[in-house]
Design a binder for this molecule. Structure first.
Ligand code: KG4
Ligand code: ZN
Length: 347
């Protein structure tokens, strides 16, 4: 028997993503982004994102079907991001998915965006890798998770108590005068800077913080330290060496993320680490993770950069895993959930 053909729809932020998988084989991964429309505001404007999803959804769906060489009636299931995310943006995807599932008479799986970021690795590593520790690093979330079953059992071990890692990248980029979104800009410009030139603080790594916040993160102190450093240079009329500041900031973020991820592996006795979410596309994070995991004997999985940032393939993957593991489909008429907790993989 052929494995099920699953469509995934992602509209939680500024990317309209449509993915199609057969089992765990990727057939199409089409993305339309409204990022350029938000750039002049320095952040995602929810109303603009919702309208852009409305305009992009059907053409992107058509393109994905063409690339996968399928018709909508061939689909066995429809999966969609139910949350967390921007409420208006989510509604565009969940309405479209509900309409498709109803019209086609196929099951609908309303899934968690964060669990989808983790599940997408199954396209590259297969589904046999649980339990694992997941480091989830995106624009809105930064967490360490124990993943026993990505469709049903995701337990938080620690998270950021203030800014998310991606948010820190975006805010620091802004104060360095780099365009939005700042993560890829810092990644690019940092490659030309000296990462050991400035010693920025590593949040929650002091002996005192270890007891209470061993697997938690804090990036707001780091962001403030970069701001003070730049202000000091300007006050003293000294040159602002943007590549060196970007590289040193990036090093501080990466250092803490990987140190705590390895600590989580040791604490839980799990020798497999997965890193997912937009910040996992960061080139320095990827190389430090590879180096330190090899040294610690930890098996590392990081999806290719295009699967780390928001996409529809990850949603289709989680839908496909939900089907394969006989999880109940979502009742039509479900409500999208802007604040969906990471522990709830499916609605
Ligand atoms: O997962 P994602 O695409 O969307 C959310 O679910 O939030 O993550 C977006 C975040 C943004 O903050 C963006 O600046 C960051 O991921 N990001 C990066 C890189 N590419 C995207 N951060 C650092 N380096 C990158 N190469
Ligand atoms: Zn995301």
């Amino acid at each position: 028997m052929k494995e099920p053909l699953v469509l995934g729809i992602e509209t939680s932020c500024d990317e309209t993503g449509i993915g199609i998988v057969r089992g765990l084989t990727l057939l199409a991964d089409e993305i339309a982004t409204s990022v350029d429309e938000h750039a002049r505001f320095g952040g995602v404007v929810p109303e603009i994102a919702s309208r852009a999803h409305l305009e992009a959804l059907l053409p992107t769906l058509q393109k994905a079907c063409d690339v996968a060489n399928i018709k909508l009636r061939d689909l066995d299931a429809v999966a969609v991001t139910a949350g967390p995310g921007l409420v208006g943006a989510l509604l565009v995807g969940t309405s479209a998915a509900s309409a498709l599932a109803l019209a086609l008479g196929r099951p609908l799986y309303a899934v968690n965006h964060l669990a989808a970021h983790i599940s997408v690795d199954a396209l590259e590593s297969g589904a046999h890798t649980e339990p694992m520790i997941a480091l989830l690093v995106s624009g809105g979330h930064t967490s360490l998770l124990r993943v026993s079953d990505v469709t049903a059992d995701v337990q938080p071990l620690g998270s950021t108590l203030d800014d998310a890692a991606g948010e820190a990248f975006d805010k620091v980029a802004r104060l360095l005068g780099l365009p939005f979104p700042g993560g890829p800009e810092i990644d690019r410009i940092a490659s030309t800077g000296d990462r050991s030139s400035i010693s920025f603080p590593r949040g929650f790594t002091s002996a005192k913080d270890q007891a209470a916040h061993s697997l938690d993160f804090s990036f707001s102190g780091l962001k403030t330290a970069v701001a003070r450093y730049v202000e000091g240079l300007i006050r003293e009329k000294r040159v602002v060496d943007v590549p060196a500041i970007a590289a040193s900031f990036q090093e501080a973020v990466v250092d803490v993320l990987i140190e705590k991820a390895l600590r989580a592996c040791a604490q839980e006795g799990i020798d497999r680490l997965l890193i997912g979410g937009g910040v996992a596309a960061n080139s320095r994070l990827r190389s430090v993770a590879r180096e330190r995991c090899e040294h610690a004997g930890i098996q590392l999985a990081i999806p290719r950069p295009g699967l780390c940032t928001d996409n529809g393939a990850m949603v289709a993957t989680l839908g496909s895993l939900a089907m394969a593991r006989d999880r109940p489909a979502t009742a039509l008429g479900f409500a999208s959930s802007p604040g969906l907790p990471v522990t709830k993989a499916l609605i």
